[in-house]
Design a protein around this ligand. Structure first.
Ligand SMILES: [Zn+2]
Ligand SMILES: [Zn+2]
Length: 231
């Protein structure tokens, strides 16, 4: 099994799709490679039955990937990346235990690169589920594999793949490895490497006081205008 070859294939996708944050958007990635994704629910009964008899999860036919949308989100993500793995690793519909394992390794490293698990400071499988959107089973595999990787890397230092992935996710401006970028739900500012949905500025007590003051003033104006006939 050529792990490095598979991991470099994931890095190629991170670069080509400009991915700098987890969890990744699997449907967007498929679009980038001109693959159309179809949920089993959107298919005719006949086609759906055919797909179900073939796989509970997903299947790939030419440039189409059909997936079972009744599965949990994490499992769908894994299936979509598994199918992409078959395509990008050039398995050419050659399904055997080796190609299946390769596609699984590809999917696992796409959804949760071991270095990202490290910088996200995941302490266990539950943290991996939370930050990378994996199923429990996939998160357990990824976390165990991360620990193996970490043990080896401490002794042997980073290999060429590790260096390449570090460089891709390293942010020059803030001089850090970035694994998550979200927009603050209030002000739209970038929130980096945090599970919060509100930035530090918007969640400060001073800001909350200001917002309350502004709301109170606006309410007073509205009250005067509409309730008491204008000011
Ligand atoms: Zn497969
Ligand atoms: Zn904010």
């Amino acid at each position: 099994m050529n792990y490095e070859y598979i991991r470099f294939a994931t890095l190629k996708v991170f670069k080509e799709c400009n991915i700098h944050s987890f969890p990744i958007n699997c449907l967007e990635i498929l679009k980038h490679y001109n693959l159309s994704a179809h949920s089993y629910s959107s298919l005719s009964n006949e086609l759906r039955n055919y797909c179900m008899s073939y796989s509970d999860d997903a299947l790939n036919y030419k440039d189409k990937i059909c997936y079972n949308d009744k599965q949990p989100f994490g499992r769908i993500s894994f299936s979509l990346m598994h199918e992409l793995g078959h395509i990008l690793l050039h398995h050419n519909d050659n399904h055997n235990p080796k190609t299946e394992q390769e596609a699984n390794i590809f999917a696992s490293n796409m959804l949760a690169p071991r270095m990202a698990i490290h910088y996200a400071e995941c302490k266990n499988q539950t943290d991996v589920v939370k930050l990378f959107g994996l199923t429990n089973e996939a998160a357990q595999y990824a976390f165990d594999d991360y620990r193996r990787w970490h043990r080896i890397t401490v002794y042997q230092k980073m290999n060429s793949f590790d260096t390449a992935i570090y460089n891709h996710f390293y942010n020059e401006n803030i001089k850090k490895f970035i694994y998550s970028i979200k927009k603050c739900v209030y002000c739209g500012e970038d929130i980096l490497n945090s599970s919060d949905y509100i930035c530090v500025k918007c969640s400060s007590p001073k800001h909350i006081y200001q917002v309350k003051q502004e709301t109170d003033t606006q309410l007073l104006i509205a009250e005067n205008q509409w309730l008491y006939g204008g000011i």
